[in-house]
Design a protein around this ligand. Structure first.
Ligand code: GLC
Length: 796
């Protein structure tokens, strides 16, 4: 396909290598990121994932020998050989990623005669999609490799040995390990090889395939059915570096509004108005915090987007304002499908302006979704996005606080959209094959921009379909899971991989969407949901009720306990989001992300970290009340409930009856807590609570807490506060510690008046704040005291 290297040219950070049959552009994005681009379809690199490519001016050298071009940066050495074979080394000469030199040699699916037909007659289907690729890159499988990322895929954390397809798919069948595609396409993965990590973003929106050593364990490959060969190699060496660089490239989840981190309750559907209000009332009367309620498709007039069914909601503005008075924010669903209906404003405007995707003859394309015959807005076109963004005002004027974008794979009930449905991608006329995977991305972008414009607050958008980079615009949920233990189990690696693929703000339907939930399953699921960035309970029409009180008192108490725990942890989760905006590290993380040196963490599917300090090891099996917990090496860990300390690098057995989710806090942690409220903003938080887990060592640990107005973009102008807390053992004293409080940055005026400390596992005889003795109280395993402006506290 390429042949021998014929010539080579350099223009700034770009190299153009002319092969006998093709030209390859190699662009040095930074010393750790290299782009390889072959214009097989189009001359330019028209990325949907990357909007503002930043080139870091860095030193590099290029050497051109006859059969190879060598590029050396501070971090990498890249050899490009004849036939466009690329080998990448770290700066010490260790191979990181080597192109495979042979041809693909898939295993044989054995069967005699017309085996495929015979198998299919009983419904057994096997797909081998990897054969139709026009673009493909084969990499040698190195020894000891692990793969992570790929966005939302079923199965385990480590993707080695599996084949995945990127083709956004609305999948109502119970999601199982063998599925190759679901709603989202994030063509990005991380390779971990002998403790060194790198990432590859294969930026191609056509149907693409990733085979991680399934068809042959000597190589792995990625490829697509069409489009350019366009991939970014992103060096680590830590997974943290890779994720940070990948999110720098494709964008990071912006800081959300604080209320979006509260508990959210959804159902298909809370209608009519009385039912919605009843649910709201239950939360408040049962003392279960809740911030958001959702309206699913039935609130609309005949499923016409941007309308209300006035029989069910006679006065939506009033309903929303009543809800607001009680602290509830309302999120409404808006699907892409616009009902084909003359006289309906959205349809008429779309037709008049040519805003819908067209068939090959230029006629607006019609398929079927909830409203019946419907048309698909041409979201890849900026003009259409602007129109859609304007329409958000309709919902915002009613007082809606967030928009839920569903069915944007795009889904269709009348067979898939044909390949030749045409879109106008900001001036480039293209077809469904290229736009399918980016459709949800563009819809989210339009929604985000509309909400931003009309509210000037940080938009809350939740989408089902997306592409790499959608994290800039939207929260995601993992679509139609079911109330199955298997789906609770699977949600953990799925969310961890979404987080490592840039989609920090993610969650599953807590309790499961399809099928009927059980009391025990909901109890265990809420224990996981409590630590996932998006904490939303959702269930399908006709399934049994699944609200926190829908079963029995015990289940309700467990729901209340964990929802309240979530409200305590809100400032900690918010801090993690704030840090994410500058470092790209997700809220929900696999242990390997923080403990790459500890090989025991590489394949842990049923434990996760929430930010830097909290390890969660939930029970994900029916009837189980004990489990083995692995505590990673490098830290000591404290049981959140019993305050017992454990060494890291060990497996322990934890008893966990139904009301207990095993939670461990990293020794040395300082966790900011809020008092529990019915909803975020119910009370002005004047006192920050600090839950402290001192280290037995003399080492100093620090925690930076961030505070702002929780809703506007003022923080981008510097209107926020930073509080740096540190703890250190007092030298020579067995138990004594010193805590320092440093209000290191102050620009937001509504700051805290006092700090209430709860220092665990310490029984002091005296506490001095700036040298003066203060009152304290010993409660169970901790000591409690309050300070105001003092900066140094010594606990003896
Ligand atoms: C889809 C969504 C689900 C929603 C339903 C009705 O199945 O995934 O969350 O409730 O449509 O709108």
């Amino acid at each position: 396909m390429f042949g021998k290297i014929k010539s080579f040219k350099q223009e700034g950070n770009k190299l153009f290598i002319q092969f006998e049959k093709n030209i390859v552009n190699v662009e040095i994005i930074s010393s750790s990121i290299i782009n390889f681009f072959v214009p097989l379809k189009r001359k330019e690199r028209l990325s949907k994932a990357i909007e503002n490519l930043k080139i870091e001016q860095c030193k590099f050298s290029v050497e051109n020998k006859k059969e190879r071009v060598t590029i050396t940066t501070d971090k990498l050495k890249i050899n490009v050989f004849d036939n466009f074979k690329v080998d990448i080394y770290d700066c010490h000469g260790n191979i990181l990623c080597e192109d495979y030199r042979g041809d693909r040699n898939p295993f044989i699916r054995r069967g005699v005669g017309n085996a495929w037909e015979v198998a299919a007659s009983e419904g057994h289907e096997l797909k081998d999609d990897g054969s139709k690729l026009k673009v493909q890159v084969l990499k040698k499988m190195e020894k000891d490799m692990y793969f992570y990322g790929f966005g939302e895929k079923t199965g385990h954390l480590n993707k080695k040995g599996y084949h995945y397809k990127m083709w956004n798919t609305d999948e109502p069948k119970p999601h199982v390990e063998s599925f190759e595609a679901l709603y989202k396409s994030i063509p990005f993965f991380i390779g971990l090889k002998e403790k060194q990590a790198f990432g590859i973003l294969f930026d191609n929106t056509f149907e693409s395939h990733f085979d991680m050593g399934k068809e042959n364990s000597d190589y792995y490959y990625f490829g697509a059915v069409d489009g350019n060969l366009d991939y970014y190699f992103i060096y680590g060496p830590s997974i943290r570096d890779v994720v940070s660089r990948y999110t720098d490239l494709t964008g990071r989840t912006p800081l959300p509004q604080l209320w979006t981190l509260g508990y959210q309750q959804c159902r298909w559907s809370y209608v009519p108005e009385q039912r919605l209000m009843e649910v709201a009332k239950e939360f408040r009367s049962r003392d279960i915090p809740c911030d958001a309620l959702y309206l699913d498709i039935d609130y609309m007039h005949g499923y016409r987007v941007f309308t209300w069914d006035n029989d069910k909601f006679p006065n939506p503005k009033k309903t929303l304002s009543n809800l607001k008075d009680d602290g509830f924010k309302l999120v409404t669903i808006i699907d892409p499908g616009v009902k084909k209906d003359k006289g309906y404003k959205i349809y008429d405007e779309g037709i008049k302006n040519g805003y819908f995707a067209k068939d090959k003859d230029g006629i607006p394309y019609v398929n079927k979704v909830w409203p019946g015959d419907s048309l698909y807005p041409d979201f890849p076109n900026e003009k259409v996005r602007n129109w859609w963004a304007e329409n958000q005002k309709i919902m915002m004027d009613y007082g809606v606080s967030g928009i839920w974008n569903d069915m944007n794979e795009p889904a269709s009930f009348n067979g898939p959209l044909p390949d030749d449905v045409m879109f106008n991608n900001d001036g480039v006329i293209t077809d469904h094959r290229e736009m399918h995977n980016a459709y949800g991305h563009y819809m989210s972008k339009a929604t985000y921009e509309g909400i931003k414009k009309h509210t000037n607050k940080r938009p809350f958008v939740i989408t089902r379909a997306c592409y790499a980079g959608t994290q800039k615009y939207s929260t995601v949920w993992t679509g139609d899971n079911q109330s199955l233990w298997e789906h609770l189990r699977m949600s953990i690696p799925m969310l961890m991989n979404l987080g490592m693929s840039g989609l920090t703000f993610c969650g599953t339907d807590v309790g499961g969407f399809g099928f009927d939930c059980t009391a025990e399953l909901l109890s265990r699921w809420v224990q996981v949901g409590c630590f996932t960035p998006l904490f939303r309970n959702h269930s399908s029409i006709l399934t049994r009720d699944q609200e926190p009180w829908a079963f029995d008192k015990q289940t309700e108490d467990i729901n209340r306990k964990y929802i309240k725990l979530r409200y305590k942890l809100i400032p900690y989760i918010y801090d993690t989001f704030w840090k994410e905006e500058s470092n790209g590290l997700p809220v929900i993380r696999p242990l390997v992300l923080n403990y790459q040196e500890d090989k025991n963490t590489y394949e842990i599917n049923d434990e996760f970290l929430c930010g830097e300090n909290i390890l969660v090891a939930p029970i994900v099996e029916q009837g189980k009340a004990t489990r083995v917990v692995y505590l990673p090496n490098g830290n000591r860990w404290i049981d959140y409930w019993t305050k017992e300390t454990f060494e890291g690098g060990k497996y322990i057995i934890k008893e966990a009856p139904l009301d207990t989710c095993p939670i461990y806090i990293k020794e040395g942690s300082i966790l900011p807590n809020y008092p529990v409220q019915n909803y975020i903003g119910e009370n002005k938080i004047k006192e920050l609570i600090l839950d402290v887990y001192p280290s037995a060592e003399d080492t100093e640990t620090q925690y930076v807490h961030y505070q702002d107005d929780g809703e506007s973009f003022e923080y981008r102008k510097g209107v926020y506060n930073l509080y740096e807390f540190s703890i250190k053992g007092i030298e020579g004293s067995k138990e004594g510690i010193i805590i320092k409080i440093n209000k290191s940055y102050k620009a937001y005026t509504n700051d805290y008046i006092s700090f209430k400390f709860k220092v665990n596992n310490i029984k002091p005889t005296e506490i001095l704040a700036d040298g003066n003795s203060i009152d304290f109280k010993i409660v169970d395993e901790y000591v409690e005291f309050t300070v105001k402006d003092q900066e140094e506290i010594s606990i003896k």
